[in-house]
Design a protein around this ligand. Structure first.
Ligand code: SAM
Ligand code: DTB
Ligand code: SF4
Length: 327
């Protein structure tokens, strides 16, 4: 029996990641069955509510102002557009709706007031509302919670050591501080990272260790495969091998047994067979809808066909297993 642990050692985690592949998948699938209904997958929809012109230098990101990536810059969307998009997502079976803004941090201005209104409106639809708006303070987190925010996404992206090779305009510690503020406000934490940026296996493990030392563990852990974007410093990198994605998901499932592990960016480049292995290895959530924030995602109808083919059902909102535990 696996228990929820906060004391994983690096050696131990590396050993898990490097297990013979099929043994690793079997072990992760076993842990998955212990903590989750393996026939359920959560559908989450993403909407970019403010796009591009970001002041940060995240080497992977199409939305950083300093890279020329050809995306269409847009200021904050009107609330009606956001609600319409959330209603559509709900009709299609999404129970979680995540609004993303290309901000370094939240500022206490009209845009923030409008986002609070959006959170209220989407919460009123009975969906789990999630936001990813950059860094935030304790009082901003409290206001989001009061507006009905259920989850906040803020990724650590990689290991602390590799972080400064990817982003120089903020620190790993800044990221952790925001996560603490989110937790203190009683909002669930969505935090994961990206593989395929040139990091080593040790960096991947260190990222998972950092997540596993958060108490409680993040309720949701997105694992993204880098989507190389022309114009960004990582634009020429190749696509990560499926096996690495499977190993990462399986290791996350074992080390963070209660968390929802989300197979996030990069699905468009994966075959259905590869995605089946990811679900077997413990992924139990995906982003549904034809677009992530700025890049394409598989067609909604194709995803539904795939889930049907695998005999997977979509999960209801606010399920008990994701209940917030406050320290
Ligand atoms: N600006 C906010 C922030 O940085 O937290 C929120 C939006 S940001 C785009 C959300 C996450 O998307 C990033 O932390 C990163 O993990 C992921 N992401 C961005 N570009 C990506 C890419 N090209 N490939 C894979 N994941 C990506
Ligand atoms: C996460 O970890 N992945 C999502 C969500 N959280 C916000 C975003 C992926 C973005 C991929 C690049 C793009 O579409 O701009
Ligand atoms: Fe800005 Fe977020 Fe993109 Fe970094 S990941 S450049 S903070 S939108």
């Amino acid at each position: 029996m696996q228990i929820v642990r906060y004391d994983w050692a690096e050696e131990e985690a590396l050993k898990i990641y490097n297990m013979p592949l099929l043994e690793l998948i079997y072990k992760a699938a076993t842990v998955h069955r212990q903590f989750h209904d393996p026939s359920e997958v959560q559908l989450s929809s993403l909407l970019s509510i403010k796009t591009g012109a970001c002041s940060e230098d995240c080497a992977y990101c199409p939305q950083a102002a300093r890279y020329s990536t050809g995306i269409k810059i847009e200021s904050l969307l009107p609330i009606e557009k956001v609600v319409e998009s959330a209603k559509n997502a709900k009709l299609n079976g999404s129970t979680r709706f995540c609004m993303g803004a290309a901000w370094r941090e939240i500022k206490d201005n009209d845009d923030f007031e409008n986002v609070l209104e959006m959170v209220k409106a989407v919460n009123d639809l009975g969906m789990e509302v999630c936001c990813t708006l950059g860094m935030l303070t304790e009082s901003q987190a409290r206001r989001l919670k009061e507006a009905g925010l259920y989850a906040y996404n803020h990724n650590i992206d990689t290991s602390e050591e590799f972080y400064e090779r990817i982003i120089t305009t903020r620190t790993f510690q800044d990221r952790l501080r925001t996560l603490e503020n989110v937790r203190k406000a009683g909002i669930t934490v969505c935090c994961g990272g990206i593989i395929g940026m040139g990091e080593s296996v040790k960096d991947r493990i260190k990222m998972l260790l950092t997540l596993s030392y958060l108490h409680p563990h993040p309720e949701s852990v997105p694992i993204n495969a880098l989507v190389p974007i022309k114009g960004t410093p990582l634009g020429n990198r190749g696509i990560i091998q499926v096996w690495e994605m499977v190993r990462m998901i399986a290791t996350a499932r074992i080390m963070l047994p209660k968390s929802m592990v989300r197979l996030s960016a990069g699905r468009l480049q994966m075959s259905k067979e590869a995605q089946a292995l990811c679900f077997l290895a413990g992924a139990n959530s995906i982003f549904a809808g034809d677009k992530l924030l700025t890049t394409p995602n598989p067609e909604f109808n194709d995803d539904m066909k795939m889930l049907n083919l695998f005999g997977l059902r979509t999960r209801k909102a606010f399920k008990e297993s994701e209940n917030l535990q406050i320290n």
